[in-house]
Write a protein that binds this ligand. Structure first.
Ligand code: HEM
Length: 388
């Protein structure tokens, strides 16, 4: 994968190894082609030091990006599992019908499987191969995430010397993915308790947030001299407010979903056209909060696009506009078309992307505002004891 595409192909030297003049117009570090190009012009330091720094950074970029992509895929597949009612497709955990590879036909199950799994909702439910395999694929993707986060953690080890925060963030992500796996088993054990699903979903957002943080921390150069530093001071607190509003909407959305789950259960998954009119008050709040949230973000998006030419920031802001529009479109489809199953996972997925992008914008803004290693060194040089 060539990261320059997403990162806007900006030339990126590593600030710890390169001379300041080279850093004058950069934002991202870790773009392998960019660093190579920059290093070829830099008189300092040794080429081998730079290339080893490059390789561990590039490796981390690869792994952390793959993990973020995998977790978003998992959020989408998790939503599909719920919308298709496949959550109990595997009544036990970690095995599925007590097998590592689930059955493909009812004949492969014991005759009394409905008795065995009666307390898991199978008393009157028959085996459904589509649901079982949908849930199983969800679990496989979960295991795959376990591997990618482990590799991300390993790739972060060299950062312990240069920027330990990257390592600690990766370690937290790794531990939380383990907790999430355990929580997944609790969700199944609770017969898909709506509150447990909410905690499971919110933890997924926390994990992806931590990984985006480690990714940007390892790649965005502190104190880089670009037009993001010229933005007015009020932009940052306003962005924080927009992100908090987005989070509030996300949490209220989970309450709407819990309401949908309750009605679905009470109505035995029938009469779908009646569900939307019987949702709790949270649904009205959720719908109306979407209006100020959209206006607020829309204004911020237009304002930021007018103020910055930074390639990464523009991509994030345009991405935010797209996923905001898509979330609302899916929300309105559910409202007008009686909760079509296809819109449920997509609504959750786009809403999760809103949070991820808002968080990434905040982190980029925060990171570039940090003093660069060069500035810190210059500050130290001005200290009286240094002068002596
Ligand atoms: C930017 C605005 C919005 C955001 C960030 C947002 C976010 C969310 C989230 C996170 C959920 C929980 C999904 C889950 O846990 O599976 C949800 C559920 C829901 N939202 Fe929204 N939403 C927004 C706008 C809207 C609008 C405008 C409508 C309707 C007009 C709407 C209708 C719904 C419905 C019906 C549910 C329940 C979905 C289900 O049962 O799967 N949302 N929303």
């Amino acid at each position: 994968m060539y990261f320059g595409g997403f990162w806007g192909g900006i030339v990126q030297p590593d600030p710890r190894n390169s001379n300041r003049s080279l850093c004058s117009n950069v934002l991202i570090r870790g773009n392998s082609r960019g660093i190579m190009h920059a290093m070829s012009q830099s008189p300092t330091p040794s080429a081998s030091q730079n290339s080893s720094n490059l390789s561990f950074r590039a490796r981390f970029l690869w792994m952390a990006s793959a993990t973020v992509v995998t977790i978003y895929a998992l959020i989408l597949v998790g939503g599909i599992v719920r919308a298709t009612g496949s959550g109990m497709g595997c009544p036990d955990w970690p095995k599925c019908f007590d097998r590592w590879v689930p059955p493909t036909a009812e004949s492969q199950l014991p005759d009394n499987y409905q008795v065995i799994y009666a307390n898991r909702g199978y008393a009157e439910t028959e085996f459904n191969v589509r649901k079982t395999w949908t849930e199983y694929l969800n679990r496989l993707l979960g295991v795959f995430t376990g591997f990618t986060i482990l590799l991300t953690l390993l790739a972060s080890i060299p950062f312990r010397k240069t920027d330990p925060m990257v390592f600690w963030l990766s370690l937290s992500g790794f531990i939380l993915v383990g907790v999430q796996g355990w929580l997944g088993s609790r969700v199944v054990a609770s017969n898909l308790n709506p509150g447990m699903i909410t905690v499971h979903m919110l933890l997924a957002q926390v994990i992806v947030g931590i990984l985006i943080w480690s990714l940007l921390r390892a790649t965005v150069q502190p104190g880089s001299n670009n037009d993001l530093l010229q933005l007015p001071r009020w932009v940052f607190p306003v962005l924080v407010a927009a992100t908090l509003l987005g989070l509030l909407q996300l949490v209220i959305g989970t309450q709407v979903r819990e309401g949908v789950d309750l009605i679905a259960k009470q109505s035995n998954n029938e009469n779908r056209h009646l569900w939307i009119d019987n949702l709790p008050l949270a649904f009205s709040v959720h719908k109306w909060l979407a209006l100020p949230l959209t206006l607020f973000n829309g204004w911020l998006i237009v304002d930021l696009l007018g103020r910055t030419q930074n390639a990464l920031m523009r991509k994030l802001v345009i991405g935010l506009a797209v996923v905001l529009g898509a979330t609302i479109l899916m929300g309105m489809s559910m409202d007008r078309l009686n909760l079509p199953a296809f819109a449920q996972p997509l609504h959750l997925w786009f809403a999760s992307l809103i949070f991820g992008i808002q968080w990434a914008i905040l982190l980029v803004m925060y990171q570039v505002r940090q003093p660069s290693p060069h500035d810190e060194q210059a500050h130290k040089n001005l200290q009286p004891n240094h002068a002596n």
